[in-house]
Design a protein around this ligand. Structure first.
Ligand SMILES: O=P(O)(O)O[C@@H]1[C@H](O)[C@H](OP(=O)(O)O)[C@@H](O)[C@H](O)[C@H]1O
Ligand SMILES: [Zn+2]
Ligand SMILES: [Zn+2]
Length: 223
């Protein structure tokens, strides 16, 4: 039977002969999905098969592939993976696998994904899965910083208004509106004369922020 390059890469990435992850093959799989050489549907179906491999290494590596495509291939993969029935499948999978390391990895992924989509109601199913598993007494591992970063929030939408949110001066043709990228409020030029990066929103370059946010962001404790 014809083996696509995706099949070969998945075979390599989930081979039980591997002692450590085959990142080159995993990244090729992400590229193939992003380039549309393979559909998220077919990719996920093949990964699911590998998840159920009797060999714990293959099963665990398949979860690493799944984790990587969720991180690197965006919405098309999220829409394919985080359906209600797939989330229920993750739950029954981790409760039925005989391999403790596989169960731990699945728990870790459910938590990472529930956290990643905490502010989007589109993927309520994965959050429900975590709630149900918690209620059943499953203990989840510590959420890793790297995963928390992966779940960067999105910057707030911009508010509108007739006056500056800070000093209440009226906007005119010459006293124009500006927006703070941190709080999304509308301000006059004087109240948003400062700039800084907003790493929590994945913004590394200096962007316009209001005086209030600038002061808060300089304090070491502020998030
Ligand atoms: O200058 P204008 O043509 O009025 O346009 C304003 C600028 O684009 C502001 O960008 P900035 O926040 O980066 O200044 C933006 O925040 C305002 O909403 C816009 O009204
Ligand atoms: Zn102002
Ligand atoms: Zn602000």
């Amino acid at each position: 039977m014809f083996r696509s390059s995706f099949d070969k890469n998945l075979e390599n990435a989930t081979s039980h002969l591997r002692l450590e992850p085959d990142w080159p093959s995993i990244l090729l799989i992400c590229d193939e999905i992003n380039q549309k050489d393979v559909t998220p549907k077919n990719a996920f179906a093949a990964i699911k098969k590998k998840m159920n491999s009797p060999n714990p290494h293959s099963s665990c590596y398949s979860l690493l592939v799944l984790e990587s495509i969720v991180k690197n291939c965006g919405a098309p993969v999220h829409e394919e993976v985080f359906t209600k029935e797939n989330c229920e499948m993750f739950s029954s999978f981790l409760e039925s696998t005989p391999h403790e390391n596989v169960r731990q990895k699945m728990l870790e992924l459910v938590q990472t994904w529930a956290n990643a989509f905490r502010s989007s109601d589109k993927y309520q199913a994965i959050k429900d899965t975590m709630t149900i598993l918690k209620a059943k007494g499953h203990t989840f591992p510590e959420l890793r910083e790297a995963d928390a970063m992966f779940t960067a929030d999105t910057a707030p939408n911009w508010a509108d208004g007739r006056v500056c949110h800070r000093c209440r001066v009226e906007f005119t043709f010459t006293n124009r509106k500006h927006h703070c990228r941190n709080c999304g409020q509308v301000f006059c030029g004087q109240c948003t004369a400062k700039q800084c990066p907003l790493p929590k929103y994945g913004i590394e370059k200096d962007v316009r922020v209001c005086d209030g946010c600038f002061a808060a962001l300089q304090r070491p404790t502020s998030g």
